[in-house]
Design a protein around this ligand. Structure first.
Ligand code: SF4
Length: 99
């Protein structure tokens, strides 16, 4: 089995395409440290300082202990709008555009 990205020590970041977010909140249930619904009913990522990043498409680092929760969020996201990518080359490793 292929070793998962992130487990190889690669730095990963995650962003949400709010245009496709359905606002169901699944991501915020899986990984509340990383995702939160704003008052507009859409999900946004949070900074390592727990600050909601309200710019559309903002990225935040994926903490290694939360990697599985973030991957599960991307897999279960009904809007298919959670994108996890490598910081080093911006290649998407989990999400709708992952190869
Ligand atoms: S799981 Fe996807 S569609 Fe649902 S709130 Fe989170 S980002 Fe939006």
């Amino acid at each position: 089995m292929q070793q998962e990205a992130g487990a190889r020590g690669e730095d990963l970041e995650v962003w949400i395409d709010q245009d496709l977010c359905t606002g169901d909140g699944i991501c915020a249930q899986y990984a509340p440290e990383v995702f939160e619904l704003d008052i507009d009913g859409l999900a946004y990522v949070k900074s390592p300082q727990d600050e909601l990043l309200q710019d559309r498409g903002a990225t935040t680092p994926v903490p290694l202990p939360l990697l599985t929760d973030v991957i599960d969020s991307a897999r279960e996201c009904p809007g298919e709008c959670i994108h996890v990518r490598r910081v080093s080359d911006s290649v998407e490793v989990y999400g709708p555009d992952a190869g």
